[in-house]
Design a protein around this ligand. Sequence first.
Ligand SMILES: [Zn+2]
Ligand SMILES: [Zn+2]
Length: 319
Amino acid sequence: MKSLVLVNVTEPLVAEERNIPVAGPGEEVIKVIACGVCHSDIHVADGHFGGPLPIVLGHEVVGEHPELGRVLVYAPWGCRKPDCRQCAAGLEMICANSHEAGVVDDGGYQEYMRVPSRDYLFPIGDLDPVNTAPLACGGLTAFRATKRVLPHLAHKGATAVVIGAGGLGQFAVQFLKKLADVELTVLDMADDKLEAALKLGADHAVKKLPEGVRYDAIIDFVGANATLAVAGAHVQRQGIIAVVGLAGGRLEFGVGIIPSEAVLTSSIWGGLDELRELLDFVRAEGVEHLVETMPLADAQEALDRLRRGEIRGRVVLTV
Ligand SMILES: [Zn+2]
Ligand SMILES: [Zn+2]
């Protein structure tokens, strides 16, 4: 089978002919149909995550399973030890000994993929494989972040802000508007993204939040110093800031520094139950997102284009 392999960080992927993996006890092997190209793939390719090499990238995978049919793969695999608090709760993406597909274990930039457990395979029925693949990371990450801020939006007149209206932000706009009765503002610098946010249901789309206005929930999909500063200046008392973006920004925290009892949290990928719930949501409500396809053989070009900022929405490799 064909595998696109990261042999050395910062070097182009290498096309290798490999044996089709064989399932060990409890494991499954699927035939990959579609694999999304996520921004984190660039971090892996650049060596920022320090995972083992060689590695096959790709953690947004839809494949064909001989008994289950088409499946979406839950990719943040944890240790699954009974004494692991996170794994016991189905929150394997926070497991201290996680071994994510496409980061630590081989992922979906190949024709067949080994999956450690059937629990990680979610049948998608007649959902479109290409559109469904990005739900495994992009969709799930936005879904968890949305769920985490919902308790702060349960009162009358609740307001929220999404910072960054790229792929994840656009998912979050749809989730927030469907799951909460909330007046939603989207903050971004790009006109086309603001326009997209309005189309997807945002009430306001702005390049700067109005002076002095505070919001019950702010999800920051950028996570830079500048965006966190905006979040800190605009969060309401007892509000919440959920940081998703990997930009590494910092925010000063303390009593009297941020509004009283405002909550600061990071939000990481998503849990097994959340992926199940997300698929139910998509079946019931549908979800809009921009997807283009490229063949598996062009995986390196897809990464290069993503790095150059030439991708609107998601590229999904078709296998
Ligand atoms: Zn664990
Ligand atoms: Zn990802």
